[in-house]
Design a protein around this ligand. Sequence first.
Ligand SMILES: Cc1cc2nc3c(=O)[nH]c(=O)nc-3n(C[C@H](O)[C@H](O)[C@H](O)COP(=O)(O)OP(=O)(O)OC[C@H]3O[C@@H](n4cnc5c(N)ncnc54)[C@H](O)[C@@H]3O)c2cc1C
Length: 477
Amino acid sequence: MGEYPDYKPEDIYEDLRKILSEDALIKSVFERINNALDPYTFATDISREKVPYLVVRPGSTDEVSRLMKYAHSKKIPVFVRGSGTSLAGASRYRHKGIVLNVSRLNHLNIMKEYGFVESGPGHRVLQVKERLEKEGYFLPLAPGSIRVASIGGIISNNSSAHIVDSCLGKPRDYVLGLEVVLPTGEVLHTGTKSLRRAAGTDLTQLFAGGDGLLGVITGIRLRLLPGFSNAYGVAFFDDPIPLARAVQRIYLEKAPPPLFMEFLDERVAQISFKIQGLAPPPGPILMFHAIGATKEEATYKINQSVEAIQKESPIKAKRIEDVDEWHKIWLARESALPYICQAGKGVFGLSEIVSTVPDLVDCLQDSMNMGNGMPTLEKLGQPYLFGHIGALTFHPVFIIPADWPAEEKAKVVEEMFLKEAEINEKYGTCGGEWGQFARRTPFYRKRYGEKAFQMVRGMKKLFDPNKILNPDVLPDE
Ligand SMILES: Cc1cc2nc3c(=O)[nH]c(=O)nc-3n(C[C@H](O)[C@H](O)[C@H](O)COP(=O)(O)OP(=O)(O)OC[C@H]3O[C@@H](n4cnc5c(N)ncnc54)[C@H](O)[C@@H]3O)c2cc1C
């Protein structure tokens, strides 16, 4: 397989038995294939020749270190696996190699007296969130994949999704320090145990958001945030354009940024509301959630948003006082993707378009017309649209008939990433979710230039001279 030596799986297994515990080694063919796929299972095939040698689930940092030293010395590719939910192709297995599944690295210590929590990367985000909430803390990570994605995967991609960046920032802003195993096997401890951040060059900032290219994150120290009071609101429009203008107003009129502000177009809203047992909405919807140190503060923030939104003549904009009503509306948003797949009897192709504040209306229209000029996308008609509009993000969704051949489905993914790149480049933006490489690499090279890309490649070479960690997420040429 190219520049990597070819081995027999049984030889690798025998070698690893000598340095790792037996329960870290998984030979089952099902697990080897399962750990090599991503949500776009139809985008490329896992051929028989490419099935991983082995899945390794280390139980400690020391085991990760021993595995990486071994793989480095033998030049065996290692693919780090959180939960495999990356939508930019980063968790897609590419070369014959070993999958390093981090799910057993799942310690969790809430260090109240220090003001931080230390976690292994293998927890699902929701598990950490629920543990923290029980103790009165708030976890500032909220991807749509919260029930499945690992906290290590989220930190590696620096993605938080629903959270409006101008309200709370990104996950990286809360990482005080990391434990990282380098591709050569050495263990680094970055950052600080203080709530005061390190000055100057802090490698924490390189690994958090490092796209899994530079090292394996085995420990995460996150600042604790006290729990908040919440308030909620919803607005119904008869057209998406004034809805987008209302969001612009919130920024321009300096209304306090909400924690979440989500958008459903009319078609998505109709489907999701019906499944949730809610009255049919009259048009597209804006839903928003604000936080405050007190209920009064959170309510004040929602009222400010409602006031700004009213100026764009919605059919109705209001604060929601009934928490059950809010939860139903929120679930209509959270479950939108499976609901539209169910209604359209197909599988999804999903992308991410990010706007600036002044371009929000144009960007919304570009997202609605995303299929134009793309031969396969055009066959699917206008995409469904929802997204984190408060974070200036749209997710156009194409529903692909389940019985389309795999090659046609793969074309949808290819065309979506091309079109995503074209629109984000037009607005001078870039993806705020899912990571920057794998399927987005051509965009990165074009958007930031060859010099920037070569610098990332140089960094990769420095950390990983044998190119064994997640190879080909950054292509060689
Ligand atoms: C239904 C659905 C909804 C989603 N919603 C969102 C959303 O709202 N916002 C968003 O940003 N994303 C979303 N995603 C995408 C995905 O959940 C995120 O990109 C998430 O960060 C991936 O986490 P994971 O644990 O699945 O990582 P994986 O997919 O397993 O890995 C992603 C990359 O990170 C690397 N990696 C994983 N763990 C480590 C580690 N411990 N050390 C070093 N590298 C590591 C992997 O090697 C890979 O390169 C969604 C996906 C789905 C399927």
